[in-house]
Design a protein around this ligand. Structure first.
Ligand code: AMP
Length: 559
């Protein structure tokens, strides 16, 4: 298929911000494709270049793109940079430049999807000397044959940001519409991280979906929702429940098929080579030779018998050479907490307590090498609190709370797992802009950009959209919208700029360095806690210095 056809789809998708419309446009496009064409198209539409289970990266930076534009157009780097700061994206720059060179490109061959993907995928394979030039050549070759709009999207793909607003939910809805399938079956198949053609065929078969787990191919892991305290977990998850230590290592799923054992991270990257010790432990101490296990690998100090923080183990994840030396230097303990598949049977739909029972049967624990996560099954709040404090006093991150009857569901689910850890002090921040919601929330402002104080004025630090209730609470979307509407300075689409008046208290899990906001920081998982207007003036809100202080504290804690 010609790449230009796909570019037509991108352009159509860019014309609307409505998710439903996007899903419909995508559905119309894929409905006419052959099943075997879909995989390549999806690799491009998601800008991932590779299938869901293949996490190779193409490693291309803005600088390399600049070089490629320079090479294919002959235009000086300074001039490209000037246009870049004017247009904001390098894809747009290439489009503009090529528009000026129309005749030349008309004579060249037209680009196919196959050719574009072929060159992009080669980028991931290059290593060693001369890599930079080879990478630049691969892209400039494409640009030399590209029409202006093709060039724009090739470069956006290379930089991993298509800006056509396609997220997983839209793909799911589009597949459902195109093939007349149940969106839930598609979601399940997508969680197994297969090829899209497999996802479609599987979703067509409906119920036998679960039987299709492939040992050796990574799948998405189950995650937890944040609990503010143990009581919340007790209420949400049913009693008794299982508490476990929350360890600060890295998540690993372990696949064994015969003699082959593979380890994957939560982002589906394979790390088998880096952890021969973990593989050895699995071989020696786990019964069976056909299974998928889930757990956490934690750095472990044999002398003190204590766990070490994530930073220690991260050195092993990145290590490419001298693996054996790093195995000795940074020993690890494998803590297992779940099992998804065993000897031909898929256990993802079995209750958690059954899975844990099976796990207990097949693991021969060797403290310091391999064990089941420390746990407590209880319905007693006092005992649960003791368990939590015990975990914290051992220097652990916190605890997990798990519903004993829950299936294993990839992603974050209500009624499945919750995590509890000490929260950092909340911040008082002011709302500077907001966005109207979608669907039944279209008349409410539902997403709020928040800012802190700095010497140069207010600077943004994140967007809050959770924590506000829909009805029957003191602060609802509707009441907040009422407060904010008189403060609107301007509106563009669904986004409104606001006079900074409304101060809110915001909870969050972590502060990160970020380019997305002009403060240079971003709050991870920000959550609206309460209105602060009665007590506070703008000059009293938290400052960038406060943010830096908490950031440093949190870094210290992690070290
Ligand atoms: P978070 O990254 O804060 O969302 O917490 C989820 C992560 O906690 C998981 O991806 C695991 O890596 C980690 N974790 C540590 N201990 C456990 C445990 N006992 N059960 C499940 N996940 C755990």
């Amino acid at each position: 298929m010609e790449y230009l056809k796909l570019v037509g789809l991108y352009e159509e998708l860019s014309k609307t911000t409505k998710k439903l419309e996007k899903a419909h446009i995508l559905a119309e496009f894929i409905k006419n494709l052959k099943l075997n064409e879909i995989d390549d198209i999806m690799c491009l539409i998601t800008a991932s270049i590779f299938p869901l289970y293949d996490k190779r990266k193409i490693g291309f930076s803005d600088r390399l793109v600049l070089k490629a534009i320079n090479k294919s157009s002959g235009i000086k780097t300074e001039d490209i940079e000037k246009l870049w700061s004017k247009l904001g994206g390098l894809g747009d720059v290439a489009e503009k430049l090529l528009e000026g060179k129309h005749q030349k490109t008309l004579s060249s061959e037209s680009l196919t999807i196959k050719k574009v993907l072929e060159n992009l995928r080669k980028l991931a394979e290059l290593e060693g000397q001369g890599t930079v030039d080879k990478k630049v050549n691969l892209i400039s070759e494409l640009l030399a044959n590209a029409k202006p709009n093709e060039a724009k999207f090739i470069l956006r793909t290379v930089l991993g940001e298509l800006r056509v607003g396609i997220a997983e939910g839209i793909i799911k809805d589009a597949l459902a519409e195109a093939y007349d399938l149940d969106p839930n079956s598609i979601k399940k198949a997508m969680d197994l991280a297969l090829d899209y053609s497999d996802i479609i065929s599987l979703a067509k078969e409906g119920t036998i979906l679960e039987a299709k787990i492939k040992v050796g191919r990574p799948l998405k892991v189950m995650l937890a929702i944040l609990a503010l305290d143990i009581d919340e977990g007790f209420e949400a998850l049913g009693l008794p429940l299982q508490l476990e230590y929350k360890l600060d290592g890295f998540r690993v799923t372990i696949h064994r098929k015969g003699n082959e054992i593979k380890l994957f991270t939560r982002k589906l990257e394979e790390v088998s080579k880096q952890f021969p010790d973990v593989i050895e432990a699995v071989k020696k101490y786990v019964k069976g030779d056909d299974f998928i296990l889930d757990g956490e690998v934690v750095a472990f100090d044999h002398k003190s018998g204590k766990y070490l923080p994530f930073q220690v183990i991260s050195q092993r994840i990145r290590r490419k050479y001298d693996i054996l030396e790093s195995v000795k230097k940074f020993p690890v303990e494998l803590n297992l907490f779940d099992i998804l598949y065993y000897e031909g049977k898929n256990y993802m739909d079995s209750a958690f307590k059954e899975r844990r029972e099976l796990l207990t049967k097949i693991i021969n624990e060797k403290p310091g090498i391999i064990k089941l996560t420390s746990h407590l099954v209880t319905d007693d709040l006092t005992k649960a609190k003791e368990f939590y404090h015990d975990a914290l006093s051992k220097g652990l991150e916190g605890i997990m709370l798990k519903n004993l009857n829950s299936p294993y569901k990839p992603g974050r689910y209500v009624n499945g797992w919750m995590k509890l850890k000490p929260v950092l002090e909340p911040l008082d921040l002011v709302i500077v802009s907001a966005e109207y919601g979608e669907g039944k929330r279209a008349s409410w402002l539902t997403s709020f950009t928040i800012a802190c104080n700095t010497k140069e004025g207010l600077k943004e630090i994140g967007k809050v959209s959770t924590g506000v209730k829909e009805k029957d609470f003191e602060v609802t979307y509707s009441s907040l919208t009422k407060l904010l509407k008189p403060l609107i300075i301007s509106q563009e689409g669904k986004a409104v700029k606001l006079k900074p008046k409304i101060i809110i208290e915001v909870g969050y899990e972590e502060i990160q360095i970020s380019k997305n906001y002009d403060s240079g920081f971003a709050l991870r998982f920000p959550k609206f806690m309460r209105l602060r207007n009665l007590e506070k003036n703008i000059k009293d809100i938290n400052t960038i210095e406060d943010v830096k202080r908490i950031y440093d504290q949190q870094k210290g804690k992690n070290n």
